[in-house]
Write a protein that binds this ligand. Structure first.
Ligand code: ACO
Length: 328
């Protein structure tokens, strides 16, 4: 059977913009520090009554329209998120209902910022095996709801948003040519968002009254990220029997410009081969790669038959990469 390819895309970000200057009034930070240490200039924040499923469904509607697919024609919905509306039902089930996708199976995947690539890989297995004729893969987050807004180490980094893609079987040697996924739970403690198990040593790390906030050991995640982004890019290219010279554009997880620059240096790739929009949105976790893909297509940085590498890392700790021959 043929591989899955992306045949429709959509994205949304909340209207509310939070700039570095706004953050200067909230914590002891500066626009200069945030820009030079992360590359981020602003991020989008969802209103109190807007949740991950709202952003996910809005992005999905755009992707379905782009693909010319109706809600009830969708066969599979997978949502990548680490900020679900509820533990149950899954965000994917809430989205399924919002879209009227009555014929779709639906489930969530939590691989934090690597989640979108995990979901692409899963959907590709379902499509290339012939089980489903199409799939809707969504990366969506409202990280602003789990941020400790008094913690300058983390509150400057993240933002909200959603990106969605529709996958269908495409011509031979096109679409998703290879994926590579990995995880190392032994270092998961470097990036946590607490749920039911409020372990005292985890609660202690948080200064907030709300223990269910994000905590991160930024420098450990940073070192891991630079190394794994380079390694995961090379591993997936090898799987696809391609080299970096064949690649038109790398679309990395948009976490920190210094992480991307560090990985690019290791790969000896010039910056113009790497798509960056993190200055506008910050780190939107599972949403960052599909949002970047959408904007890269809009800006005509991606054209039919281009070879792309998508690569991400995140909580878990996890990582994932994909090689795609663009078929749209
Ligand atoms: N403003 C001003 N100063 C700050 C801020 C801030 N917002 N944040 C930290 N600092 C200070 C620290 O307190 C520290 O001060 P000290 O030296 O007096 O103790 C100093 O800056 C340096 O701190 P470092 O942690 O060494 O700063 P670094 O250059 O490593 O940058 C950062 C920190 C941006 C968090 C970086 O480590 C990073 O990007 N890490 C990776 C984060 C990431 O991308 N995570 C992605 C996964 S997210 C997910 O999966 C949901």
């Amino acid at each position: 059977m043929n591989n899955a390819g992306i045949v429709g895309l959509g994205m949304v970000v909340p209207d509310k913009v939070l700039t570095n200057h706004d953050l200067e009034k909230m914590v002891e930070t500066s626009d200069e520090w945030i820009k030079t240490r992360t590359g981020i200039e602003q991020r989008r924040i969802a209103n109190d009554d807007v949740f991950t499923s709202d952003l996910a469904a809005a992005a999905a509607e755009k992707a379905l329209q782009d693909a010319g697919l109706k809600g009830d024609e969708v066969e599979l919905i997978i949502v990548a998120t680490c900020t679900p509306d509820m533990y149950s039902p899954s965000t994917a089930c809430i989205v399924q209902h919002k879209l009227g996708a009555v014929n779709a199976a639906a489930f969530d995947v939590n691989a934090a910022c690597s989640g979108f690539i995990y979901c692409l890989s899963i959907a590709n297995q379902f499509i290339s095996s012939g089980q489903y004729k199409n799939a809707l893969v969504i990366g969506a987050e409202t990280l602003s709801k789990v941020i400790d807004w008094k913690d300058k180490n983390t509150c400057v980094l993240f933002g909200d948003g959603a990106g969605a893609v529709v996958l269908k079987p495409v011509e031979e040697n096109k679409g998703i040519l290879a994926t590579h996924l990995g995880a190392d739970g032994s270092i998961g403690k470097h990036l946590t968002i607490l749920g039911l198990a409020l372990e005292p040593q985890e609660v202690e790390k948080r200064s907030s009254d709300n223990p269910r906030t994000l905590w991160m050991n930024g420098s450990e995640v940073f070192k891991f990220a630079v190394k794994i982004m380079a390694e995961a890019s090379l591993t997936v290219l090898e799987k696809a029997n391609k080299t970096l010279e064949d690649v038109s554009l790398i679309v990395p997880h948009q976490a920190n410009i210094r992480i991307v620059d560090g990985a690019a240096k290791r790969l000896k790739v010039k910056n113009d081969k790497i798509y960056i929009n993190l200055y506008k949105y910050g780190n939107t976790s599972a949403a960052s790669i599909p949002i970047a893909l959408c904007e890269a297509v809009e800006e005509e940085r991606i054209k039919k038959d281009d070879l792309l590498v998508l690569v991400g890392f995140g909580g878990g700790l996890t990582w994932g990469s994909a090689v795609i021959r663009w078929a749209k």
